[in-house]
Design a protein. Structure first.
Length: 222
């Protein structure tokens, strides 16, 4: 087989391979979530996400509509922020924010006896109450979001995909339950797996759908 070097061709071939492997495993994805699941598997090479990712009713559709209205995205790591498509954000006239490294967030966290992630999400709820909240690292951020939702917060979407061993599965299950009760769209990676890469991949899948950039050529890639 000839070596594939161009980024667009690499992505297309990767998607062909993962689509074929999903079929070989007997996995059939609902069309409304397929783009998101494919993007996450493409980013991680982990087919467990075909079953681990769960979506509340119309989560993808509602998230795409929100992004088309220039809804901002808030992340819990600068790594996730860096991985989100700048071109898609620009086309949709929106932005991504991460407050984790802000000195005032560290001061808030110390004063409140909590983590910077929780303090950052509390601040985000104050400043961007209708944003998309993308959590790929910190379960405490998800717990804070749950508290804020119970206090009346209504984000456009909650992406709950933190990775790890402590409070991770519990935070995801609580977030899913709280979002379903409050009728807030949510995309959750059940279990221990996740991470900033997954968070960014979910965001990019939604951004590409909203901006019509699913094919690499639309992003200027050969």
């Amino acid at each position: 087989m000839a070596e594939i070097r161009l980024p667009g061709a690499i992505e297309r071939r990767s998607m062909e391979i993962l689509t074929q492997e999903l079929a070989e495993r007997g996995i059939v994805l609902s069309p409304d979530v397929q783009s998101v699941v494919h993007r996450v598997i493409h980013a991680t090479a982990d087919f467990d996400f075909a079953s681990n990712l769960v979506f509340t009713k119309d989560a993808v559709k509602l998230a795409v509509e929100a992004l088309q209205k220039s809804t901002p995205i808030i992340t819990d790591t600068n790594m996730a922020k860096a991985g989100i498509s700048a071109a898609a954000l620009k086309q949709l006239k929106t932005e991504v924010h991460c407050f984790m490294a802000e000195p005032f967030i560290a001061e808030r966290a110390e004063a409140e006896g909590t983590t910077r992630a929780a303090a950052a999400m509390k601040y985000a709820a104050e400043q961007f109450p209708g944003a998309i909240l993308a959590i790929g690292n910190a379960p405490t951020a998800l717990f804070q979001i749950c508290d804020q939702i119970r206090n009346g917060l209504h984000p456009a979407l909650v992406i709950g995909v933190p990775v790890g061993f402590v409070n991770v599965t519990e935070s995801k299950e609580r977030t899913l339950a709280v979002c379903e009760e409050a009728q807030i769209p949510a995309i959750i990676a059940r279990g221990r797996k996740g991470g900033s890469t997954v968070s960014a991949a979910v965001c990019n899948a939604l951004l590409y759908l909203a901006a019509g950039l699913q094919d690499p050529s639309a992003r200027g890639w050969n």
